[in-house]
Design a protein around this ligand. Structure first.
Ligand code: CA
Ligand code: CA
Ligand code: CA
Length: 84
């Protein structure tokens, strides 16, 4: 039976492609958003952009929480507490 080795080789290629595709697809996307948000020089979990420009909670372009006005410093650990 001559066709069998060729068929087996084709199936092997498909199996390798199927194994390689998911790992490549899952490895890249989770890292990209975190890399953008992870710029936190002092490690206080407040991104540098929040500490220098304020935090726009609803994304309308207007700052809702003015962290720099409250004394936030991107090079010094800050802790803000909200009491309702
Ligand atoms: Ca920070
Ligand atoms: Ca806003
Ligand atoms: Ca800080």
């Amino acid at each position: 039976m001559r066709p069998r080795p060729a068929l087996f080789a084709l199936l092997s290629c498909l199996a390798v492609a199927a194994l390689a595709a998911p790992s490549a697809a899952t490895a890249v996307p989770p890292n990209e958003p975190q890399a953008v948000l992870a710029t936190d020089t002092d490690g206080d979990s407040l991104p540098d952009t929040w500490e220098t420009s304020g935090y726009d909670a609803n994304g309308d372009g207007t700052i809702d929480v003015n962290l720099p006005a409250m004394g936030a410093n991107p090079t010094k650990k800050d802790l803000f507490v909200e009491l309702d």
